[in-house]
Design a protein around this ligand. Structure first.
Ligand code: ARG
Length: 570
């Protein structure tokens, strides 16, 4: 049940009744309890436009609001309408929600490809991959939960000139040593690049390896396969530790499109879209200009015959729109690639590869160190993602040990894993994805404020109520009665879960869900302070336990949609 939509529709009905069809309802949550639960503010402007008295129109709208879930609406001030939900209706909805779970949220049916994580396999995953991996995985979970048919796509970079020196370097190692030296992929990459820069013989061998690889030379392909397999194993270790839903099956690497590339270029030529400029095959698209307002080319084949990043992306786009037949495709890729993706989508339209499907860039900003500089190691190297995750778990272990020394070591390890990983993810997801943010261990691991540990802790507090009551949260008498304001506020908050989840997908903003969960936890704390749960008479106790159980489940579900786990005690 989308509560916001229900109220919007009711007010729209009232407006239509008063002769204002198509006038937006403009319903907001009430700023003060005396204004009811919600307030409709759209009437005044509409009345003024029609040259009528706003209070009079508001009266007509209110009278025409014929729904059972609202108490009789009140006209207030210069023409607002205060809307109060019926307490018995809230109670019924809570009961239904408690009994039926959240399966009713299954409302969407689009086929959506999400391109996310997508690291280059030449190196190990680093901090730069944190955002696309975490945001993409949360979007996947939310969209899937709403019933969409979601296709995860890990568009890994496994092809191109950068592999020349890596393969040449691998080739020089005795066969028995190759596997072990790939275990530290980062060091391997550094050494190979250093050789490439300092040793001209090696550099020309490396360039030769690029040609060999592209022409399908068997020995070179075998080395490449060994390298790629090892690099994918590194990614998978990160996904495992980080509780990311990507699997090997979701990989559709750049190399998968190799055979398509010449065909794409030929097709673009036949469509008359190609212009040769400085020997390169380019598409000039309207509206794209570079410096000096010169038309900006989209290069699909370089003058040396090689195919750039964009060409592979054109092939991938055609595959997604055509073969996969998606309704939408989202690209969770950093803001610096905005122009690249704009060109890509425009080219896709121009060539007729996309036809009305929604191809969309989901950009994000960067992660900074506390000095506001890019997050790098002291010597300027990328920080490995796996190291960040291990540190998160180690730091969470310290925090948990201080907070709750009673837990056994194995319990503490599990809590540390769940809290540490959750904290890193939540710090990411709770920010607007476009803003740069400072990576701050203490803030993300704090048990206060809008953090994962705060929410995970709120969850354990509710669970402990059930342990104390010796009650099964899943098998309560579902009757709910609402009396106290804090109780009412918490229930309304719970009934706003669906609209929140749907709102996340409106502009792919997981922070909408984070803010909701934070407010829900706060709302629970106020409820818990003012409404005794276990000490009341049986009917009240039962009703409040149902509210507690639904809160715990909503917190757990909301966190799981963000890819964050919970524990029973911490
Ligand atoms: N591998 C690329 C990088 O690390 C990201 C790929 C994003 N996806 C895409 N279809 N271009 O920058």
């Amino acid at each position: 049940m989308n509560l916001k939509r229900l109220i919007d529709q009711a007010v729209a009905g009232g407006l239509a009744n008063a002769g204002f069809a198509d006038t937006p309802a403009v319903v907001k949550q009430a700023a003060r309890p005396e204004f009811g639960d919600y307030q409709a503010n759209g009437v005044m402007a509409a009345a003024k436009r029609a040259g009528r008295n706003p209070r009079e129109v508001a009266g007509e709208v209110a009278a025409g609001l014929d729904v059972d879930f609202l108490e009789s609406p009140e006209v207030a001030g210069p023409g607002f309408i205060n809307l109060t939900l019926s307490a018995s209706w809230i109670a019924e909805q809570m009961q239904a929600r408690y009994r039926g779970g959240e399966s009713a949220l299954d409302v969407a049916t689009a086929r959506i490809a999400i391109d996310y994580s997508s690291p280059n396999l030449a190196k190990e995953m680093h901090v730069g991959h944190l955002r696309p991996t975490v945001i993409g995985d949360a979007l996947v979970r939310v969209l899937e939960f709403l019933g969409n048919d979601v296709i995860r796509v890990n568009h890994v970079g496994d092809w191109g000139a950068q592999f020349g020196s890596l393969l040449a370097f691998l080739d020089e190692l005795p066969e028995g040593e190759r596997g072990t030296s790939l275990k530290d992929l980062e060091a391997f990459y550094r050494e190979a690049s250093a050789r490439f820069r300092s040793d001209e013989t090696f550099a020309s061998k490396a360039r030769g390896f690029v040609v060999k690889l592209q022409s399908g030379d068997p020995a070179c392909s075998a080395l490449w396969e060994q390298f790629i397999a090892e690099s994918i194993a590194h990614c998978e270790a990160v996904y495992d530790l980080f509780n990311i839903t990507l699997t090997t099956e979701d990989i559709r690497a750049e190399s998968a499109y190799n055979d398509d590339l010449p065909r794409i270029v030929t097709d673009l030529e036949q469509q008359g879209l190609i212009t040769v400029s400085d020997g390169a095959k380019c598409v000039f698209l309207p509206g794209f200009t570079g410096k000096d307002d010169k038309p900006l080319p989209a290069i699909v084949q370089k003058s040396d015959g090689g195919y750039p990043y964009l060409a592979t992306d054109v092939a991938a786009l055609r595959y997604r729109a055509g073969e996969l037949g998606v309704d939408r495709a989202y690209y969770v890729v950093g803001a610096p690639q905005t122009l690249h993706l704009k060109q890509l989508f425009a080219l896709g339209e121009a060539a007729g590869y996309v036809d009305g499907q929604d191809f969309r860039h989901v950009p994000f900003g960067s992660i900074l160190k506390d000095d506001g500089k890019p997050f790098k190691t002291r010597d300027g190297a990328d920080v490995k993602l796996v190291d960040v995750l291990h540190e998160a778990v180690a730091r969470a272990h310290d925090v948990v040990t201080t907070k709750n020394p009673e837990l056994s070591e194995s319990e503490r390890e599990e809590v540390a894993r769940v809290v540490g990983i959750g904290a890193v993810k939540y710090a990411e997801l709770s920010k607007n994805r476009m803003t740069d943010y400072i990576f701050d261990w203490d803030a993300m691991l704090s048990f206060e404020g809008n953090t994962a540990p705060y929410l995970q802790y709120a969850y354990t507090r509710i669970r402990s109520i059930f342990r104390r009551a010796d009650a099964d949260a899943a098998a309560l008498d579902a009757t709910v009665v609402i009396s106290e304001p804090a109780e009412r506020a918490l229930c309304i908050k719970l009934l706003q879960f669906q609209e929140t989840v749907e709102q996340v997908t409106a502009d792919n903003q997981p922070n909408v869900l984070c803010n909701y969960l934070y407010e829900l936890a706060q709302s629970f704390m106020s409820f818990y302070e003012t409404c005794p749960v276990l000490s009341g008479a049986e009917a009240e106790r039962n009703s409040r336990l149902v509210i507690c159980a639904t809160t715990a489940r909503t917190l757990q579900l909301g966190l799981s949609l963000l890819g964050i786990e919970t524990v029973e005690q911490m």
